[in-house]
Design a protein around this ligand. Structure first.
Ligand code: PMP
Length: 427
């Protein structure tokens, strides 16, 4: 019933959906997620009538906010009223493919799918099919969707599934290494070089940290993959058409991957994923090649229209200056607040990405390695604590600033990490 408030909706949802949600992270808000009735510009309004500033924007897809510009809206509505899908090609998917090929130099051909997960599944299969090899190198702390080849934790010596339901024999073909660690990559190539189909990485780790690549790291990945005949795959599901504007993060770093996975913004707020790259490789997808790939909803006309109009709007207006400026304003405002309220926390991010992490500042204001992003606040030591503590009682859980206390920040951080782990992995 639409009159229910969030708590009532969650109660109903719990009895008919696992964990009450359709994606694990949505249960992160306690004691229950707020159920959204509608978006308005930069806000969302929940079932209880509360109005929130929306920093999340659908977890990334909404580059233009909730109030879509007129041409975007008109195109979506027209496509929805015309069918809305046919199971056969339509003109708008060619238009969007041409747009992406024109703006992202590494992409000569592209296949559209329906989610970021589907994109990385297909990219890994394509890399394996193209090279005739089995193994895939991934970055510890990276995320590539809910798929068997990348839900793997541990290290290259001892990879293991990070979710129930994935056989250990699958995980053995995945080699997790620390991000920004060239020696670790050299070691896996020394040991498995002949069987490595691809190195798969987010250009900037967006799901951990945010962790920025060291200068030269992506160039190094490009060289070592070339040297061994492996593919370099950039997962730009988050960064694509957000970081580096229409050229994506790869243009910012000046590195050309063999394959790129897209999602989120490229569908203008509708379910989407895509795999783009060198024509010679992408042609290995069926029907031109032998790597099977298909999908009922792939290239859905409403999604293609929303993606195309969104990107065209961004190309014709100063959208990236605007959202990046908002990102900068938000990061610097948060940095000021944290300097006062929680000096052991850090604001990270770039362009229109941001995050607050429960640790002190990394070497250059952005976290460069996963270790920095999970750094231990206790190093801060009691002396600096005394200086920062006006009330002198920071260890008291009844203190209103308890959550910000550098002394117990490690506990708070651990509790947060545990809570997220439980939400994400159900354990
Ligand atoms: N790759 C990256 C880098 C992601 O951040 C995500 C999801 N946020 C995915 C892949 C999976 O995308 P989806 O949730 O659309 O399946």
């Amino acid at each position: 019933m639409t009159e229910d408030n969030s708590q009532e909706l969650y109660d109903r949802a719990l009895s008919v959906m696992p964990g009450g949600v359709n994606s694990a992270v949505r249960a992160a808000i306690e004691p229950y997620p707020f159920f959204v009735r509608k978006g308005e510009g930069g806000h969302v309004i929940d079932a209880d009538g509360n109005r929130y500033i929306d920093w999340v924007m659908g977890l990334g897809p909404l580059l233009l906010g909730h109030d879509l510009p007129e041409p975007v809206q008109a195109s979506i509505q027209q496509k929805a009223s015309e069918g809305p899908m046919y199971g056969t090609p339509t003109p708008v998917e060619v238009d969007l493919a041409e747009f992406v090929v024109r703006h992202v130099p590494s992409v000569e051909k592209i296949r559209f799918v329906n989610s970021g997960t589907e994109a990385t599944v297909s990219a890994v299969r394509l890399a394996r099919g193209y090279t005739g090899r089995n193994k895939v190198v991934v970055m510890q702390g990276g995320y590539h969707g809910a798929q068997e080849s990348t839900l793997v934790e541990g290290d290259a010596e001892n990879p293991r599934p990070s979710s129930a339901g994935i056989p250990q024999s699958f995980a053995e073909h995945t080699l997790p290494v620390p991000f920004n660690d060239e020696d670790a990559i050299r070691e896996v190539f020394d040991e498995h070089g002949d069987d490595i189909a691809a190195v798969l990485t987010e250009p900037i780790l967006g799901n951990y940290g945010i962790v920025y690549p060291e200068d030269g790291y992506h160039e190094f990945l490009r060289e070592i993959t070339d040297e061994h005949g492996s593919l370099l795959i950039f997962d730009e599901v988050i960064t694509g058409f957000r970081v580096g504007g229409l050229g994506c993060a790869q243009s910012e770093f000046g590195v050309t991957p063999d394959l790129t996975t897209f999602g989120k913004i490229i569908g203008g707020g509708f379910p989407v994923g895509a795999i783009g790259g060198r024509a010679e490789i992408v042609e290995h997808f069926t029907p031109s090649g032998d790597v099977f790939q298909a999908g009922t909803f792939s290239g859905h006309p409403v999604t293609m229209a929303a993606g195309l109009e969104t990107l065209q709007f961004a190309a014709a207006n100063d959208v990236y200056d605007h959202v990046n400026g908002l990102g900068e304003r938000l990061r610097s405002g948060l940095t000021d607040i944290l300097a006062d309220q929680a000096p052991s926390y850090t604001v990270t991010g770039t362009d229109s990405m941001f995050k607050v992490i429960f640790t002190r500042e990394g070497p250059s204001g952005v976290q460069r390695t996963p270790e920095d992003a999970s750094g231990d606040d206790r190093e801060q030591g009691p002396d600096s604590l005394e200086e920062q503590c006006e009330a002198g009682c920071r260890q008291n859980a009844t203190c209103p600033r308890y959550d910000y206390c550098p002394k117990n920040a490690a506990d708070v951080k651990n509790a947060e990490t545990e809570r997220w782990r439980r939400i994400f992995w159900g354990r």
